[in-house]
Write a protein that binds this ligand. Structure first.
Ligand SMILES: [Zn+2]
Ligand SMILES: [Zn+2]
Ligand SMILES: [Zn+2]
Length: 229
């Protein structure tokens, strides 16, 4: 799927609506996110690209671990059957002798702070078989209001408006192995045209994992609400 630079989303703190670039600029000034009385805390702000229209903005604390970030990404976007996942961050990874299992074990409790550099990107893969690859970019190192969570969910793209392959109704199901020749993606069906047999068709959800393996949705699929046209 090609990146859609105009894919808009919503700020979880204040309801601001904007594109990826607008949302990134907004987070640096959002009054709900910035210190407003109480404790301030320094965080790294991450922009997460899922491919296509899918993106997230997050804050992570210096002491948040790879495991904390992994848990959040699985919960909102990815987890179908508890597959393995791996991060690839910075020059400490020896790609020639890379062992994802050893790497994960060695670093899952590692604090993120020392691993991150503002302006740099790193990778994340969920499931080494039917993999979903994410790219994370460190947008900034900023003082924010201290909400106490290691990972804070700041913003997300609106669910794309996908249509049934047989009519103009909104798509509710995606076929897990029947692919659209033009897009290379799973064929979409509405409630009327979809067969809704669980093993062939998966629910249409706002995630880069939609239609893959047994993915049926995440923990926050009802947010953000559909945009007002
Ligand atoms: Zn905001
Ligand atoms: Zn799976
Ligand atoms: Zn239809």
């Amino acid at each position: 799927m090609n990146q859609q630079p105009d894919s808009r989303g919503m700020c979880r703190g204040c309801g601001y609506v904007g594109t990826r670039a607008e949302m990134s600029a907004h987070q640096a000034t959002c009054v709900v996110r910035l210190p407003h009385g109480g404790q301030a805390r320094e965080v790294f702000r991450l922009h997460v690209e899922g491919g296509g229209p899918y993106w997230l903005e997050l804050d992570v604390t210096h002491s948040a671990t790879l495991d904390d970030l992994d848990t959040f990404l699985r919960s909102i976007w990815l987890d179908c059957c508890g597959h393995l996942s791996e991060f690839s961050i910075g020059p400490q990874i020896d790609y020639e002798n890379f062992n994802p299992l050893a790497q994960m074990e060695a670093t899952e409790d590692a604090p993120l702070g020392p691993l991150l550099t503002v302006g740099e990107s790193f990778g994340y893969t969920y499931d080494m078989g039917s993999s979903t690859d994410l790219k994370l970019h460190v947008e900034g190192r900023e003082q924010v209001y201290d909400f106490g969570d290691p990972v804070r969910f700041l913003a997300r793209n609106f669910a794309p408006r996908l249509k049934c392959s047989k009519c103009d109704a909104p798509a509710r199901w995606v076929h897990s192995w029947e692919y659209d020749e033009a897009t290379g993606e799973g064929v979409l069906y509405c409630g009327r045209h979809g067969k809704a047999t669980r093993d062939e068709q998966l629910p249409v959800v706002n995630s880069p994992r939609m239609g893959v393996c047994a993915y049926e949705g995440g923990s926050m699929d009802d947010w953000p609400p559909a945009p007002k046209v």
